[in-house]
Design a protein around this ligand. Sequence first.
Ligand code: SF4
Ligand code: SF4
Length: 384
Amino acid sequence: MAVIGDGTFFHSGITGLIDAVYNKSNVTVVILDNSATVMTGGQQHPATGDTLMGDKTNVIDIPTLCKSLGVKSVRVVDPYNYQECLDSVKDEIEKNETSVIITNRPCVLMPERIMDEPYVVDLDLCNGCSACFRISCPAIMASEETNEHGSPKALIDETLCTGCSLCTQVCKPDAIVLKSQFAKEFVIAMADMNFNILIVGVGGQGVLLASELISEVAIQSGLDVKKSEVHGMSQRGGVVSSHVKIAPKVYSPTIQYGQADVVLSFEKAEGLRAIDWMKRDGVAIVSTTALVPAIVTSSKNLSYPHDAVDRMKEKTGKVIALEADDIALELGNPRLVNTILLGVMSNYLPFDLDMWNQAIKDKVKAKFVDVNLKAFERGRSITE
Ligand code: SF4
Ligand code: SF4
């Protein structure tokens, strides 16, 4: 058997197939046609229907091409159909000739990201058989729970699952279910203590300190917390974000698109960029701070979204926007924006004021504790 992608097939695989047919080789060639040349940057190829300059052109049909080269057995299969793929491979390798199997699902990353509803594993039903691990999906990993033999049960990272359903076809106890089916009981059971908080800003605004303070309060309340942070060129004003997930038990560290209960933004353009991560009934708390990146000020083509807060309000019901810079200056330190916004957010979480104050005392440098406590209190007094 030989396996080749569609881009490489057009680049250099056709000649090999011609040789195989001509020399009567007993080989089955599987062409993984995802209509993308992903390996080298996503260029068009003769089966995509677009030229390299982006104009429409005639598509070269891969099955017809293979038949024209002399391959007698050519079949197209759906790679999301596990049994069909298995049966096709078994049939074709039995034949004493050159044959071709073509899979026909588009790339999940380009030209646009395909993300259907994700699946989750019901750990009560999973028996740790490991069948789903063997399909090598990057979204499937070992959970901390094991079966009676010590083998790990499965866990699906919802942020990576594209909803292809392949894993469900190998799971005998039907432990893998669509999130919406499973969520009903799961979410209702944990609803009161289950929060996803996305904090965004730019380097130097204290995003990471804010996520530490939230985590500390949640941990002191006996909850599980997982964080995932992205900080690029933070010292140079680059984008910084932190996902904080809080629940009785948290499995994945990243918040899924559209699943943040709170978007806490220390800069308005970053708030606009993050707003689609928020649930429809979530709350966005945003500072009207505008930090225009150097790349925008030095470009004729880029512009800063000064109307970011209005655009956030168009997308979601609950946006609390505050002139946190002015409040911070009033309190004597422009770097207090993060603590002021945390104070606002604390109104939406069921943690006692004492716990927040203690976290600030534990995590903030001693000489800044008092002013941060004041900033927090000031934020907490803002409810709309
Ligand atoms: S549904 Fe597809 S993408 Fe999601 S975990 Fe299963 S195999 Fe992976
Ligand atoms: S195939 Fe099903 S039962 Fe087996 S490990 Fe995966 S989720 Fe669990």
